[in-house]
Design a protein around this ligand. Structure first.
Ligand SMILES: [Zn+2]
Length: 347
């Protein structure tokens, strides 16, 4: 081929190329995305069932493990652009429980109102008569606990180091007189009462005198610093699966004074309204006041008290010393027979 022939061939090729509109080779074409697919494409990881990688032995939803099928659907929907994953874990049942606090399982946190107890005295009917010369107390205003009231009557409490005037009497009259103080009150009076549960006066102290308009009563026992406690209505106790005698852990107070109270005794039964009782010193320590909210964050069931075993020899010794068989005792059969023979009261 001569050079002229090569030139003519090149011209012919150039003319042919000018006639065609596009380039020699079609480039790759990116298809326009269609409307979002109903399901993600099969190659997407989200299309796989999570159960394929983590075998599901219990297909039913459980409170303790995720509902795999629901999680799969949710992840697929999120991948397909139909909303995000709205929760990070937990089964539908667990999610429902968290939006319905009243259905919480045993051990779940729940809220209770706080009541701050100022110093006060419960009086026996006999002491009411001595102090006020009256048959009964009269109500100044009702208290939260059903049936209880702050009485119109007040007394003066006199201790070895000081006195407290205008001590509120809480009615109605009880079987035994009981003075409930805060530690700071006890310091004013110069006495050291034990921390005790209301009504448990065996360890209480005395050494104070109550003075009313009609007379004086010298107390040899009955003064306590009431242990913090949680009153629960029967309905709330049932709902929270707590019982009288259980102990709970309660948190309250704002940042800076947030306080957790351990070993709080649960008191429940007829005539209890749900309220967490702290004394004035405790309330100040946590910077909370009556009506503030506390959170029960944990609980422990009541410890079963060991029942003392009483044998025949124990019965003979009790009879000789004039003692009585403890009311919760377990008696051996021979001890029971011996007790009957000796005329001891059986529990
Ligand atoms: Zn109380």
């Amino acid at each position: 081929m001569t050079n002229d022939e090569l030139d003519r061939l090149a011209d012919a090729i150039a003319r042919a190329l000018q006639k065609s509109a596009g380039p020699w080779v079609q480039g790759p074409v990116r298809p326009e995305p269609s409307t979002p697919p109903a399901e993600p494409p099969a190659w997407a990881g989200a299309a796989q069932r999570l159960g394929d990688v983590a075998p599901v032995r219990h297909p039913e939803p459980s409170a303790h493990r995720d509902d795999i099928a629901a999680a799969t659907r949710e992840v697929r929907a999120a991948a397909a652009g139909r909303g995000g994953v709205t929760r990070t874990g937990g089964s539908p049942r667990a999610a429902a429980a968290s939006s319905a606090p009243r259905s919480r399982a045993r051990g779940g946190a729940f809220h209770v109102p706080i009541g701050i107890s100022n110093r006060h005295v419960h009086l026996s009917a006999a002491d009411v008569a001595v102090l006020f010369g009256a048959a009964a107390l009269t109500s100044h205003r009702p208290l939260t606990q059903p049936g209880q009231f702050a009485a119109d009557q007040r007394v003066t409490l006199i201790g070895p180091k000081g006195r407290i005037e205008n001590l509120r009497v809480v009615g109605p009259a009880r079987g035994a007189t009981q003075v409930e103080l805060a530690m700071s009150d006890a310091a004013v009076l110069g006495i050291a009462p034990p921390i005790a549960n209301s009504g448990m006066l065996s360890t209480s102290t005395g050494g104070v005198t109550l003075e009313g308009p009609a007379g004086r009563v010298v107390l040899t026992r009955g003064v306590i610093v009431a242990a913090r406690h949680l009153h629960l209505s029967l309905a709330d106790a049932r709902r929270q699966r707590l019982a009288d005698g259980d102990t709970v852990t309660i948190r309250c107070g704002a940042a800076g004074r947030e306080t957790t109270w351990h070993g709080v005794l649960v008191r429940s039964g007829d005539g209890h309204a749900t309220e967490f009782h702290l004394d004035v010193d405790e309330g100040r320590a946590a910077d909370v006041k009556s009506g503030d909210v506390a959170v029960v964050v944990g609980h422990a069931p009541a410890q079963r008290r060991a029942r003392p075993l009483v044998t025949e020899r124990d019965v003979v010794n009790l009879a000789a010393s004039g003692g009585a068989i403890p009311p919760n005792a377990l008696l051996t059969p021979s001890a029971r027979d011996r007790a009957r023979a000796l005329g001891l009261a059986l529990p």
